[in-house]
Structure formats: C-alpha cells, structure tokens
Ligand binder design. Sequence first.
Ligand code: UDP
Ligand code: MG
Length: 324
Amino acid sequence: MTPGKLAIVVPCYNEQEVLPQSLPVLQKVLQQLIDKQLVKDDSKIVFVDDGSTDTTWSLIEQASHLNQAVAGVKLSRNFGHQGALLAGLSVVADADLTITIDSDLQDDPTAMIAMVEKYYEGNEVVYGVRNNRDSDSRFKRTTAEMFYKVMGFLGVNLVPDSADFRLLSQRATRVLLSYPEKNLFLRGLVPLVGFKSDKVYYRRHERAAGTSKYPLYKMLHFAIDGITSFSVAPIKLIMSLGLLIVGISLVLLIYTIIQKMRGDVVSGWSSLMVSIWALGGIQLICISVIGEYVGKIFNEVKGRPRFTIEKNLYNKTKNEQGEN
Ligand code: UDP
Ligand code: MG
C-alpha cells in the first residue's frame, strides 16, 4: 500500500476563538497519520474562511506561513457551511483522499485515523457517525430524530447521525463536485455518489470555544432545504390532501342541501366558519409548499456560482503565499 495525499478541509466562519485550539489538535492527528505512513508527508490541512468578519483569515494566513502543512482558502463572502465545504473540496481535487471536519472540535479528530484505515480497505466514502447526542439540547435531539424519520419516510437515503465529518476518495470527491445543484445538502448527495462505503463511530463533544453558527432559524431552513431538495413527496401529499378535502366537502354539500330542504338554514353558521378557516389554512400551507419548490427551481435556473474563491493559498508555493 502506497500512502496517498490527504487534504483535511475545515470550514470556518468567525472562528477566531476556536482556531487556536483546533489547529494544534488537527496538526497532531495529521502528524500521527504521516508517522504511521498512512498518508504522504505533503498532506495538508486546508481552512476555508467562509467570509468571516473577525480575524479568522489572518489566523489562517499566519498558520500557513508558519507551517508547510497548513493552507487556506478565502471565499469572497459568506456562502454557508455547505458552500464552504464544496469550495474546499474543489480546491483540493488533486488529493487522493479528503476529510471534511468542522473547526470547533465537536467531531473527534482522532477518528480520522480509523477513517483513513477504512479507505485503504477499499472504501471510497467513510461516514463519521456519532454514537452519542448528549452534547445536544433535548430540543435539538428530538428535532434531529424527527428530521431523519421524515426523510426516511420520504424515501431519502441518509446515514443517521452523520454530519459533515467524512472521508471521500478522489474519485468520490470528483463525482460529488460534478453534481450541478445550487441547493446544497451534502448529507443527501454523498450517498447518491455510490461506491463502497463504511462508517466510523465517534463521540461528539461540546464546541471547544465560540458559539454555534447554526441558530434555530438556520437549522430549520437547512431541514426544509434537505427535504425539498431531495423529495417531491410533499407535493404529492398536497394532492392527496386536496382530494380528501374535496371528498369531505362533497359530503358536507349533500348534508347542507338536505338541511336546507328541511328549512333548517341558520344553524349552518358555525360549520361554515370552521370550514372557511380550515380551508384557508390548508390552502396557505399548500401554496407555501409549492412556493418552496418554485423558489428552488428559480435558484437552480439562475445558475449562480455556489462559491467564489478570493484567495487560494493551497495551490501556491511558499514564496507566492507571502504576496497575498
Ligand atoms: N460554518 C461555515 N459557514 C457558515 C456557518 C458555519 O463555514 O455560514 C462552519 C463553522 O465555522 C463550523 C461548521 O461550519 O466549522 C459547523 O458550524 P457550527 O459548529 O456553528 O454548527 P453546529 O455544530 O452548532 O451545528
Ligand atoms: Mg459545531
């Protein structure tokens, strides 16, 4: 087995508090991998600055000057976690294997060793799967569970409790990059890539420092994006719901006519009010679901870039890096 070149891709958005902690940890694991001759000694850790407004980029630049194994990519603005991951992967396409990991040390970097070992067993995709959720609030745990259930029900193939901590072979990375979609939900896309895959279990920790860059509203958006990017089942559901309601209203219509013939008209007021409100609500929900898909089509049709790279310290020699 000849060791391959590894690139560890780390998206960072306003992570100045945590980077000084995660950098040495990641470096240490990379060194271990090199010492064990699992990866080549020109392997790299590539930090992707996703349009941070704090000192994240200067920290990355500094680290890359001091250490040959560290490189950075700066995006022109904030493109979001998924965009940043893809940007990083596009830059390191020459690496034989890539691992993506969050910058906050929540994912256990030492699990990378087991991941790389699985790669040499012939796996092209290795998912990091967390075997605990105690670092999450009860709310996040229940909603995450519900999300995986809904996705499963809609027939979308996800690996439960796996986030964006995973290893990809060069081939798998290229296939992933060839998917043209703008509404990125990598967790759903990676299983579509195919090839032999395996899982590595790890304990997920609390964030080492700083705060979560995924507030509740962003998480909700992410979940809705995940569902509507991968399944048209909600649209089909609307159709069945509509048919059911038409059926019910037909029965009601017959009932109303009978009541009218009996001369019993005024008493219908309450049922009328209830149906107006109920139908109004259902219609609004249905329109918003359709709107979600129309919006998605709109985004895809515009064909805007998924990320824009402003600076790239990965594909440069040490000298050139200084000029940036
Ligand atoms: N992140 C990013 N762009 C964003 C939001 C987050 O690159 O717009 C990065 C962030 O720096 C971190 C990773 O994505 O490395 C996961 O984010 P975070 O830890 O805040 O999410 P949580 O773990 O709380 O779900
Ligand atoms: Mg985190």
